[in-house]
Ligand binder design. Structure first.
Ligand code: SF4
Length: 438
């Protein structure tokens, strides 16, 4: 029997026409089952609206790439996003697709290998905010500054978990479809919140995506990975990531990455080196006496609190990543760490201790190349000496200025300086905040 979801489409159409302030819609899309159903229903609803009226509102589809997404899922999502953008043009829908990413200085590898952050666990989960929340929040804030207010459409469902159900209820504005978002001037619309998991799968099985193809690949991915999905995390109603869903392949917050194991068991053996790296990260995190420094970044030493990874550990992790990358790059075309990340890691290594090994030495030994980073090393050293001499009466300013320089460098590496000023401002604000508390 086919599933009747016409009431959901009617609600979406009603909301679209009711709100004549034409606040843009931002659809959070993770490529998973919930956001796929949401987008299909929104798309079909839009087609039922008069073509002139539907051009009056901008609709942004936003998908976040943490830079350590499971590469198998990345391939699938990228191809889906391309299809969506092309079909939106063909159907003349006011939809554009946007991908957000963490700032380079916040990337998983820059933090872990560059600065020595230990692999995250549930008590020290430094990654979610940096890799997921901040990039999408920035996108939403930009749209709020452009338009005053926005409506965010999410595929959250009460049936997903009791926590989520309670949270959805807490934020609901009685008698209204929209609920307030934590960000000022943003509202959330969750049209499929009452759809059960069975209904969702029934729908995806029966209704093909309007942007082309079928949902077969999506369904197979879920089946092979025994997984839930890792939704776009943009407020506290979205469950935390991890927990047997398509999250980052590096995720050490979950005890076991069942989705990656599931994919390997079902024929994606090339992912085996990734699983080994992930398991090595768990080992380094759980054995601080072997892999971490005694001294913390603030130069204190305490019996129970360990400092960052030693440089030897960071070099070991980097070596493993590059080795795995070389192994799978030819067959699968997967890049595990970017060139920009490598350069910034090197910058932090110079800055923190002039570690005898260079990133380029490790890279050369694996790829058999002869990249020479000694000139940059000399430049960084001169810069650092100059800074220390100039700040000899205000030593605490050295670190702040080095941070600001690192921000500037990352923007240069990314070849765009957009956002540099606001990043510098927020770093200065953080600094002043800390100073005030002293
Ligand atoms: S999936 Fe894991 S590693 Fe990725 S952001 Fe979430 S908790 Fe962190």
């Amino acid at each position: 029997m086919s599933l009747d979801i016409s009431h959901l489409e009617n609600e979406i159409i009603d909301q679209f026409l009711l709100d004549d302030s034409k606040r843009p819609w931002i659809i959070g899309f993770s490529g998973g089952k919930d956001s796929t159903m949401l987008l299909q229903i929104v798309w079909r609803s839009l087609l039922r609206i008069d073509p002139f009226l539907r051009q009056t509102r901008r609709i942004y589809i936003v998908c976040n790439d943490t830079m350590v997404e499971n590469p198998r899922i990345v391939k699938f999502i990228n191809s889906t996003l391309n299809k969506i953008q092309k079909a939106a043009v063909d159907y003349e829908l006011p939809i554009t697709v946007h991908q957000t990413m963490p700032q380079l200085e916040d990337s998983f590898w820059v933090k872990l290998i560059g600065l020595g952050y230990p692999a995250p666990n549930k008590f020290y989960r430094w990654c979610t905010e940096r890799l997921k929340i901040n990039p999408t929040t920035k996108f939403i804030k930009d749209k709020i500054s452009e338009s005053g207010e926005v409506i965010i459409l999410l595929g959250t469902r009460s049936a997903e978990s009791s926590n989520r159900a309670a949270s959805i209820k807490k934020h609901a504005v009685k008698g209204k479809r929209l609920r307030k978002h934590q960000l000022q001037n943003a509202f959330v619309f969750a049209p499929i919140k009452d759809v059960s998991t069975n209904e969702l799968w029934q729908y995806l099985n029966q209704v093909s995506p309007p942007w082309g193809g079928t949902n077969k690949e999506l369904i197979t991915l879920y089946r092979n990975a025994n997984a839930g999905d890792c939704p776009l995390v943009i407020d506290d109603t979205t469950p935390s990531c991890g927990n047997s869903r398509f999250g980052c392949w590096t995720c050490t917050v979950v005890n076991k990455d069942r989705s990656m194991e599931g994919l390997i068991d079902n024929g994606e053996e090339w992912m085996y080196p990734l699983m080994e790296i992930r398991n090595f990260l768990v080992l380094t995190r759980d054995n601080p006496e072997k892999y971490r420094q005694k001294e913390r970044r603030n130069k204190t030493v305490s019996e129970h609190l360990w400092g960052p990874y030693t440089f030897e550990t960071r070099a070991k992790i980097l070596r493993r990543i590059l080795t795995a990358q070389k192994e799978i790059q030819n067959a699968e075309g997967v890049e595990l760490i970017t060139h920009q990340e490598l350069v910034l890691i090197q910058y932090y290594w110079y800055r923190d201790c002039f570690f005898k090994l260079r990133v380029s030495d490790i890279y050369n030994s694996i790829y058999n190349t002869s990249i020479d980073m000694s000139k940059q090393q000399e430049k960084f050293k001169q810069e650092s000496d100059l800074l220390k001499t100039s700040c000899k009466n205000e030593e605490k300013d050295v670190e702040l200025i080095q941070d600001l320089l690192a921000l500037q460098k990352t923007k240069t590496l990314m070849i765009k300086k957009r956002g540099l000023q606001s990043d510098i401002e927020s770093r200065l604000e953080q600094y002043l905040e800390v100073e005030k508390k002293k």
